[in-house]
Design a protein around this ligand. Structure first.
Ligand code: OGA
Ligand code: NI
Length: 343
């Protein structure tokens, strides 16, 4: 019934030539990693996005996680809300239904589950009730999901460390630059999203799967299924970032933009699922420690401030404080009701 809108959205967005980088030498720490770092630098300056292949993350694990995630979203609503985010309290973990998450004040056409590092009640940050830290909520009816999510978070955390060492090299910094200052104990957040097909929804209610935004932290490593729908904003227009099997798509977040004075861009992106299928995506956020103060790197570049073009019209360069300060201010806008209750 609403197909016309999706066809219009889809036909105006062209494909984009985001670089595809084989990072196997970064994982195995061989000499070629210096060349890989050059490719990362070019991609981060020009697009703020790049695909990675040769990442070493078990494909079977990825596919199993996708299958079990589809099983979860196919459950009755009653079953899904047993792990509702409102039961996760300050830890911000659990399930939210379609329409609950907002971007720039508008409801997104997606449902999902929030996960993070699995921390028990004795962890110092959990004891002091720091938001976003705590235990995950997993569905009893799908025990496999717990096992796969925890394995996936571990694999992706390792990948995050390798990529940050490559990003450090790409800026002519020592390989451990970010690990020493920000990510020896990274803030790790992981989400599984289900974007229902847009064609059978009211376009007046749902404009986007997720509306235009930038990511908040250092680096996002996204796995998307083969349905497509991710779009990236370039200087001139919106472009599609189509799925490539067994690749991840990486993008720079606001904190790396701030640290590099805008040399590496935190690029706006959004999702529109014009396929007739449920689109699953698995964004993994590899971010600075919650209490880390975010400082500029001593780079010989002028500040490149794109506040005018940014979705939130705010400057990442003016921000002062810890990553936790930045993140909480953003997250509370995404789930205003929940944040009023738990933060
Ligand atoms: C995000 C995001 C894209 C996707 O979670 O920040 O941009 O494909 N996700 O789900
Ligand atoms: Ni994003």
């Amino acid at each position: 019934m609403f197909q016309v809108t999706s066809i219009i959205y889809n036909s105006t967005v062209k494909k984009m030539n985001i670089p595809i980088i084989d990072i196997s030498s970064l994982i195995s720490k061989t000499e070629e990693r210096y060349q890989v770092a050059q490719k990362i630098r070019a991609a981060c300056c020009e697009y703020g996005f790049f695909y990675i292949i040769g990442h070493g993350v078990d494909e079977k694990l990825q596919l199993e996680l996708e299958t079990v995630s589809r099983d979860f979203f196919a459950l009755d609503n009653q079953e899904k809300i047993k792990i509702s985010m409102s039961n996760g309290g300050k830890a911000w973990r659990g399930y939210f239904p379609v329409g609950d998450e907002l971007t720039s004040g508008l409801a997104d056409l997606k449902e999902g589950i929030y996960f993070g590092s699995e921390l028990d009640s004795n962890h110092p940050l959990v004891k002091s009730q720091i938001p976003l830290h705590g235990a995950n909520l997993f569905p009893d009816s799908l025990p496999k999901l717990r096992e796969l999510v925890l394995k996936y978070i571990e694999a992706m955390t390792n990948l995050g460390h390798s990529l940050m060492s490559g990003i450090a090299l790409s800026l002519d910094l020592e390989e451990s630059y970010f690990a020493n200052r920000y990510t020896s104990d990274p803030l790790v957040l992981f989400r599984i999203f289900n974007y229902p097909p847009h064609c059978d929804r009211d376009p007046a209610k749902y404009h986007w799967g997720v509306g235009e935004h930038t990511d908040y932290g250092l680096l996002t490593i996204l796995r998307q299924d083969m349905n497509g729908g991710l779009q990236v904003k370039t200087k001139s227009s919106w472009r599609e970032a189509p799925p490539i099997a067994n690749s991840f798509i990486c993008n720079i977040g606001d904190m790396l933009d701030r640290m590099t004075k805008g040399y590496y861009l935190s690029t706006p992106h959004r999702v529109f699922n014009s396929s007739p299928n449920n689109r699953l995506s698995f964004p993994f956020f590899f971010d600075p420690n919650f209490n880390a103060e975010i400082e500029q790197i001593d780079l010989q570049v002028e500040i490149r401030d794109n506040r005018e073009e940014r979705w939130d019209r705010s400057s990442v360069h003016e921000f002062r404080g810890t990553y936790g300060d930045y993140l909480l201010a953003k997250v509370s806008k995404v789930f205003p009701d929940l944040s009023a209750r738990v933060i």
